[in-house]
Ligand binder design. Sequence first.
Ligand SMILES: C[S@@+](CC[C@H](N)C(=O)[O-])C[C@H]1O[C@@H](n2cnc3c(N)ncnc32)[C@H](O)[C@@H]1O
Length: 242
Amino acid sequence: MNYKPLFSRALGLDPERLHFAAHSHHLWPDASFDGQVRAWAEANRFADRKWDLIFGEVIPEAQGHVARELGLPSPDSLIFAPNTHEILLRIVSAIDRAAPVRILATDVDTQVLATASRGVYAIDRVAGLDPAIRKRYFQRGTGPNEGHCRVNPALRDLIDYRPLNLLATRYDVGGPFDALFCRNVMIYFDKPTQRGILSRLIQHMGDDGLLYTGHSENYLHAADLIQPCGRTLYRRAQGAGA
Ligand SMILES: C[S@@+](CC[C@H](N)C(=O)[O-])C[C@H]1O[C@@H](n2cnc3c(N)ncnc32)[C@H](O)[C@@H]1O
């Protein structure tokens, strides 16, 4: 896409204005202007059928663009939402509550596990969460617990806490798991150690299982074990861990 017309239009709105910015995008031209105008025109034209157009054409086209850009195999694996919490809310609210959703949380440090299993946080630690999430999943402390909040027992009871040393030769955790979150831990280990951990982790991943990693971690050196399928997201490599 050529962004020049967008910048030209933004600059043209106030040609006398001087810009001092570290990056050209700080000018932030209104890239959505044409889209907004089109959305108004189409809502007027299609009226009650406008959502057919959005969900039938616009969203699949946008999914295609993003999937191509990110090299994802399946555009329909993408959903759009204004923020991460809303995505999480949608996922959680889409889970069949009768389905046995279980979460296993592990750490080598038992103090960390004890803190996590209490599920008590200072209010300011959750201040950035979407108010709907806060309301639904946290209880506000009163009296001596003023200034703190506690994760709702219904959510807390979905989680088992167990000690696990990633350096152990085998993990006694069961599985297979649909999703593994291993973030900001591997940074402590060198590549051979990371490979060892990954070769054990993938034993516990289901065939369609996903491994979520931290933003500063990458496992290109372990492509025979796990394959990227999005940013910070991996699948088990074909034939690995079998
Ligand atoms: C930087 S924190 C990351 C916590 C969390 N995953 C996150 O992203 O917020 C690193 C955690 O790794 C744990 N850890 C360090 N070595 C470990 C090991 N050998 N096995 C399991 N956990 C380990 C530490 O106890 C600590 O809780």
